[in-house]
Design a protein around this ligand. Sequence first.
Ligand SMILES: Cc1nc2c(=O)[nH]c(=O)nc-2n(C[C@H](O)[C@H](O)[C@H](O)CO)c1C
Length: 154
Amino acid sequence: MPTIGIADTTFARCNMGAAAVDELKQHINAKLIRVTVPGIKDLPVAAKKLIEEQNCDIVMALGMPGSKPQDKTCAHEASTGIIAAQLMTNKHIIEVFVHEDEGRDDKELSFLMDSRTREHAKNVVKMLQSPEQMIKEAGTGQREGFADAKPLGR
Ligand SMILES: Cc1nc2c(=O)[nH]c(=O)nc-2n(C[C@H](O)[C@H](O)[C@H](O)CO)c1C
């Protein structure tokens, strides 16, 4: 049985961790280990600890960068840290970030945070259980949250 780590933040304005747990439970029989940290810059070490200390096979790193310039910088730093943690551990850490200004209003932001989390949870299940399905979807313009892009058909 695989072990999946879920790391989320208190900074986010929706409970992304709960959405991930709910979606994963619908699709996979796995041990789920959840941690919550203050913000996205705390996610890299949280994910690394889930992999190294809790033996997670894969981790979802969930967060909401705010809309201010300093939040954008923070998001870039957090992403760099998450990539470094992946390289250090040789495990995937699926970064699920929803920028606060991606939604036109609170309703759309809430929808996006939930739907992007859930669609990436399904990606995690596929990556663990049926990587061949990911290959089938290569180049199909998949987008998590909003509508998929149109494939170019070549
Ligand atoms: C400026 C800033 N912006 C964000 C953000 O947009 N989203 C987020 O989740 N967290 C932010 N933080 C907090 C940091 O990620 C971190 O939690 C603190 O610096 C403590 O390590 C900070 C400090």
